[in-house]
Ligand binder design. Structure first.
Ligand code: SAM
Length: 387
């Protein structure tokens, strides 16, 4: 029995979006969260549209649509966002649920997680994979979903947007947006990188993952909010150099806007230390020190090694130094001494103590001072012995 409660009766948001769906839809269309099927029907009526796949997370909605909508161009499929979707589309349509769950309405047609923007965020994080290079996304959302957040998700996912319409209705603004892949995303895809997904953001860069020649890769681009200049080129330059000494993850290719390197699947240093035994930790600390000593000898300062929480990943018992954006030549590099500082910092020191690994604060400080004055193998070995 189809429950009418599960069908979203078209409202102003639906009719606003429908107008643009009629106008802009083309080729193969995907209507996510079809509800009453209003967008799917509008798209199918456009002569530029070949086919429409209309989906909804609710089985009741799909049963209802299959029963009531008979249109040769439209097929219906139950799917939680893109979960059961295959292939790429010229047009993707979405009128998402957008209310914060705190209202506890238990209604999937309008509720979208704690904050209200979780479903849109998840949708935008995956939409690129299902969108052709010159494809478009038509979506509608309310000011209750937080416009700044939606725009942040759009930009993070390397999309450009255009506001097609805004209407103030009762206590909210309704926005209709048209999104397209931005030039950088098209450029990356033209390099045969697929499945590009937003991963995280640093002060200076945005990080994505993707697939290149069947391997998972990481892509770093400039954070548009950062005023730092030439960081991508700087990181590429140092990675290229240091890869020759087997330091850093393998650089694959780069240009002025992005950097592509092997994705390292592992743990950040603190997480690794927390879950590993004394013997493995000792080995890893020594390996890290050895790489840092090489950097010191080459007169290269990586920077930030006194707080390398997100600068070292351990994978398959090998440490990988990451993030060479601020790396530079220096007559007085501080890699080893900074890492000494990190070892005696309170957070790590406490974890090591709990594992019955005592690193004498006093001795490390003393040896680091001697090493600082004379960065030679002998002084370095003395530090190693203390760890
Ligand atoms: C606001 S209604 C929009 C319905 C219709 N497209 C329209 O424009 O009137 C949102 C629809 O998205 C569906 N939905 C909610 N979460 C979803 C998800 N994770 N994946 C797919 N559909 C979802 C709901 O069941 C509902 O039918």
């Amino acid at each position: 029995m189809v429950s009418c409660k599960s069908i979203y009766e078209p409202r102003e948001d639906s009719t606003m979006l429908e107008k643009y769906v009629r106008q802009y839809s083309k080729g193969r269309v995907l209507d996510v969260g079809t509800g009453s099927g209003i967008q799917a029907i509008a798209a199918a009526q456009n002569k530029n549209v070949i086919s429409v796949l209309a989906t909804d997370v609710q089985k009741g909605v799909i049963d209802y649509c299959k029963k009531c909508i008979k249109n040769k161009k439209i097929k219906f499929l139950q799917s939680d966002l893109f979960k059961n979707i295959r292939g790429k589309f010229d047009t993707v349509i979405f009128n998402p649920p957008y209310l914060p769950q705190e209202l506890k309405l238990k209604d999937l047609t309008i509720e979208a997680g704690k904050k209200g923007y979780e479903v849109i965020e998840k949708f935008l994080d995956n939409a690129n994979i299902f969108l052709k290079s010159d494809g478009i996304i038509l979506m509608v959302f309310s000011s209750l979903t937080k416009k700044e957040k939606v725009e942040e998700f759009i930009k993070n996912n390397l999309l450009d947007f255009e506001e097609l319409e805004k209407q103030h209705i009762f206590f909210e603004d309704i926005h209709v947006y048209l999104l397209r892949k931005n030039e950088l995303l098209k450029k990356l895809e033209s390099q045969k990188i697929t499945n590009i997904e937003y991963l995280t953001k640093g002060h200076r860069g945005l990080l994505y993952t993707g697939l290149h020649q069947h391997k998972k890769i990481a892509i770093k681009t400039k954070n548009p909010k950062s005023t730092a200049f030439g960081r991508i080129e700087n990181e590429a330059k140092w990675l290229k150099k240091l890869n020759k000494c087997k330091i850093g993850s393998k650089l694959i290719f780069f240009d002025k806007d992005y950097l592509v390197y092997e994705y390292i699947d592992g743990d950040f240093i603190i997480d690794y230390v927390k879950k590993s035994n004394k013997h493995s930790i000792k080995k890893i600390i020594k390996k890290i020190f050895n790489e840092l000593f090489i950097l010191d000898k080459l007169k290269i300062d990586k920077e930030e090694m006194h707080h390398p929480l997100k600068h070292i990943i351990i994978s398959k018992n090998k440490p990988f130094l990451i993030d060479f954006e601020r790396t530079h030549f220096s007559q007085n590099p501080k890699n080893v001494t900074q890492f000494c500082q990190f070892l005696i910092n309170s957070q790590l020191n406490q974890i090591l103590k709990d594992k019955k690994m005592q690193i004498s604060r006093q001795k490390i400080i003393q040896l680091a001072k001697v090493y600082k004055n004379s960065q030679n193998k002998e002084n370095f070995e003395k530090i190693l012995k203390q760890t």
